[in-house]
Design a protein around this ligand. Structure first.
Ligand code: SAM
Ligand code: SF4
Length: 330
């Protein structure tokens, strides 16, 4: 591959989108992700998370390879006090056109203005239920009203705002009605994500997995219409309805051909390249990142892209080395 040619794998997929995890630590205990909370590895001295300078090198390298959009994720990215500086570093990287953050939103009202000031274009907040008590049960934190105040402020600031809701079997219909009610007047995109099996949640997955296609069928029958997909968009199929201010997206990783539209790569907070959310292990880039040479890093990533598999093989029960999604940011 030549320098400045857009990164493409052996299956013809091009990568416009980088998900950069800035920490694997989280303060929530979501049932499907970290039910016992974040556990530091015993007796291990943890490699420090990427510094702002290192993250800048990573984003610079990916921008040279055609990346246009960066999402900062975690763990919980807002646990990093320097998240505004990371947002600014992404925003000022030549070639990066959109900067997004995925967060549980627990301190959103007090931080959203600074994220906006530093260049945030898009915000994804995870809310699995609009019922305060149910939200507290799922996440271990009784703070939904505060998160909703933060979302209102993000909308006031003109930030494109999406809400991620993992589809969970029990009580799905009542959660769907509450969300639909909210979307009548709230201009956010609600993205239902099918629960994915990870190394840690096998039993939970077996009793809670719900197919996104069941919800999708209901939406189509009640007049929701599918929108065309942008090249740097996520994997969601997005629907609109004339009676609703908000939109609905569906992310269905178990559907046939889901991986054909893969356009993203992931780098962990420890500086490992994950060619897939469910690959066996990350490929260690830390030494090259630490050296600060974005060109050398870009060439290294180019050399590794040929190892990307055609599918995640989740349907076959493969979860690779992914114990939970907080490790590499979902
Ligand atoms: N802590 C932040 C948050 O929750 O938004 C960012 C990291 S979290 C891993 C990113 C997204 O992955 C969240 O929307 C979360 O609900 C989703 N997620 C986590 N585990 C999942 C699983 N097993 N299946 C589907 N989605 C999952
Ligand atoms: Fe934390 Fe996000 Fe995982 Fe919930 S889904 S435990 S908020 S990393």
């Amino acid at each position: 591959m030549k320098q400045n040619e857009i990164l493409e794998d052996g299956h013809g997929r091009r990568f416009y989108y980088l998900r950069l995890s800035v920490t694997d630590v989280c303060n929530f205990r979501c049932d499907y992700c970290l039910p016992d909370g974040y556990q530091a590895a015993p007796n291990a001295s943890k490699t420090p998370d990427l510094s702002v300078a290192e993250a800048t090198t990573v984003m610079g390298a990916f921008a040279r390879l055609g990346t246009r959009k960066v999402r900062l994720s975690g763990g919980e990215p807002s646990l990093r006090k320097d998240l505004p500086a990371l947002i600014q570093a992404a925003k000022t990287t030549p070639g990066i056109q959109r900067v997004a953050v995925t967060s549980n939103g627990y301190k959103l009202p007090s931080v959203i203005d600074s994220w906006h000031h530093n260049g945030l274009d898009q915000l994804n907040i995870s809310i699995d239920s609009l019922d305060n008590a149910e939200f507290a049960r799922i996440t271990g934190h009784d703070c939904l009203p505060r998160i909703r105040t933060g979302i209102d402020r993000a909308l006031e600031l003109g930030i494109q705002t999406k809400v991620n809701a993992v589809l969970l079997g029990d009580g799905a219909q009542s959660r769907l009605s509450q969300f639909l009610n909210w979307l009548k007047t709230t201009p956010v995109t609600l993205r239902f994500i099918e629960l994915m099996q990870t190394g840690d949640n096998r039993d939970y997955f077996a009793s809670n997995h719900l197919r996104g296609s069941d919800i999708e069928q209901q939406l189509i029958e009640s007049g929701w219409q599918l929108l065309p997909r942008a090249i740097d968009a996520g994997p969601a199929r997005e629907y609109v309805h004339p009676d609703y201010a908000g939109r609905i997206g569906l992310i269905t990783p178990y559907s046939k051909d889901f991986c054909n539209s893969c356009n993203r790569l992931r780098v962990s907070a420890q500086g490992k390249l994950h060619l897939c959310l469910f690959s066996d292990a990350g490929l260690d880039l830390r030494e090259t990142i630490r050296a600060g040479d974005a060109n050398a890093l870009a060439e290294k990533v180019r050399a590794l892209i040929g190892n990307k598999e055609v599918s995640h093989y989740l349907q076959k029960g493969n979860t690779g080395g992914t114990q939970n999604l907080s490790i590499i940011g979902g």
